[in-house]
Design a protein around this ligand. Structure first.
Ligand SMILES: C[S@@+](CC[C@H](N)C(=O)[O-])C[C@H]1O[C@@H](n2cnc3c(N)ncnc32)[C@H](O)[C@@H]1O
Length: 411
């Protein structure tokens, strides 16, 4: 969200709308938690009912965005909440999605100043001193400029890039190392992690305020993503690159047992990258040797010890093909991980920005009949919880296809 943006659209459905309006409370699930936590008392708010396609406005935030202001609202399904009060009479704009689209207002993203200005033109508010002041204070564009269509679409586009996609499948791909306007880690650091991977992990497996650990933090990508998403973070590296990363060998982690809510780690994949000159850097050991996996297993044991039961670790790793020899580093690491943790899922992350992804190497790969590495594994593993898991009966309805291609259902 930009500094000048002090306006937000909340979304509801026919089912959730009555509680929003009666309780004077807007809420979201944890996936939009970081946006809600940025809402400050006094911000302008709007409510879009996506079923009836009606936009309600104008409201002002009566509280800052917080977790569980009214824990029982919407049966606890939308715990990130803000108290609201209408500015004057509540007005309803019909066919709202089309109107928003026509004016270039992205309702599922934080609003830029120019979007907020365009949104305000949907409502009549001439008499409102509060809105006049708000417009001056937050530097919204003048209505003339809006009517003359002089607002900047470049601004709207850059807002679009503010957050990476929330991945739904097991194939993750993003064209750049970073997203948004603020750098995440240092994209010149050898082996830097694409920030969208960490963003997706923390969206799924943590809540704002949770504590995330990266035991091999390199240039600090995990630190930057976590801070922007209101997560607490502890970062170590054998050779720290900045003051918020603590020097530590991850084979011994100086934290108590069952302490952190999630771990993300992008470990060395062997000795293919020269990270630093520290003698204890695991990136000096070849992944063609047993020692490499033995040392990583020590890191895994420590990760297991400090992770809270029931919580998740994401381990990013790639295979190696060097001098005509393939090493299944990913499978080997997975074998070790699964001695400690339960598997949640395995993600295939497309490798981009590799030094070998050039025309020269593509030609060599074809001429000499080998493959360049096109993906990495992200192993998502869970430390078993201490309570025995409730075994639910699984009733699977497969669709079977017979030879003449008609579909038959079976259970
Ligand atoms: C792939 S890089 C991590 C990149 C990082 N996630 C980023 O985005 O910049 C692997 C890191 O492991 C660190 N490392 C290697 N051996 C280590 C050890 N024994 N303890 C802690 N860190 C270690 C290296 O210094 C390197 O920074």
């Amino acid at each position: 969200m930009t500094e000048t943006t002090r306006a937000h659209i909340f979304v509801c459905t026919n089912k959730t709308e009555p509680e929003c309006l009666n309780r004077k409370l807007f809420g979201t699930s944890k996936f939009y938690a970081s946006d809600v936590l940025e809402v400050k008392s006094g911000d302008l708010l709007f409510l879009l009912n996506v079923n009836s396609d009606v936009l309600y406005g104008i409201f002002r935030a009566k509280s800052d965005g917080r977790q569980n202001i009214v824990p029982e609202a919407w049966k606890g399904k939308y715990p990130y909440q803000v108290e609201v009060e209408p500015i004057g009479d509540v007005q309803a704009v019909k066919d709202a999605k089309k109107a928003l689209q026509k004016s270039g207002v992205e309702w599922h993203k934080p609003l830029s100043a120019s979007m907020a200005e365009r949104l305000l033109t949907f409502f009549s508010y001439e008499g409102s001193e509060y809105l006049k002041e708000a417009k001056e204070k937050w530097g919204l564009l003048t209505p003339q400029k809006v009517n003359n269509k002089q607002f900047s679409f470049a601004e709207a586009v850059s807002e679009l890039e503010e957050k990476p996609p929330f991945e739904a499948t097991t194939l993750w791909d993003y064209p750049r190392q970073r997203y948004g306007k603020i750098p995440k880690g240092n994209n010149k650091y050898p082996g830097v992690t694409p920030a969208f991977i960490i963003w997706n992990m923390i969206q799924r497996y943590t809540e704002p305020g949770d504590l995330v650990l990266d035991p091999m933090c390199g240039s600090g990508t995990t630190a930057d993503v976590c801070k922007e998403e209101s997560r607490e973070v502890i970062c170590y590296d054998i050779s720290p690159t900045r003051p918020d990363i603590v020097q530590n060998d991850s084979r011994k982690i100086p934290l108590p047992d069952n302490h952190v809510d999630m771990i993300f780690i992008d470990s060395p994949y062997g000795d293919n990258i020269r990270y630093n000159e520290h003698p204890d850097c695991i990136g000096k050991i070849s992944s063609e040797t047993e020692t490499f996996y033995e040392e990583l297993e020590k890191v895994m044991s420590e990760c297991f010890r400090v992770l809270k039961p029931g919580k998740v670790i994401g381990w990013l790793i790639g295979d190696q093909w060097v001098k005509k020899k393939f090493t299944p580093v990913g499978f080997n690491v997975y074998q070790s991980l699964s001695r400690h943790f339960d598997t949640v899922d395995i993600i295939c992350v497309v490798r981009r920005g590799q030094a070998s992804h050039t025309g020269l190497w593509y030609n060599r790969a074809r001429r000499f009949n080998f493959f360049l590495r096109g993906f990495k594994y992200l192993f998502i593993m869970r430390k078993p919880s201490q309570q025995p898991e409730k075994q639910e009966k699984r009733n699977i309805k497969w669709a079977f296809y017979d030879r003449n291609r008609t579909k038959t259902k079976s259970s």
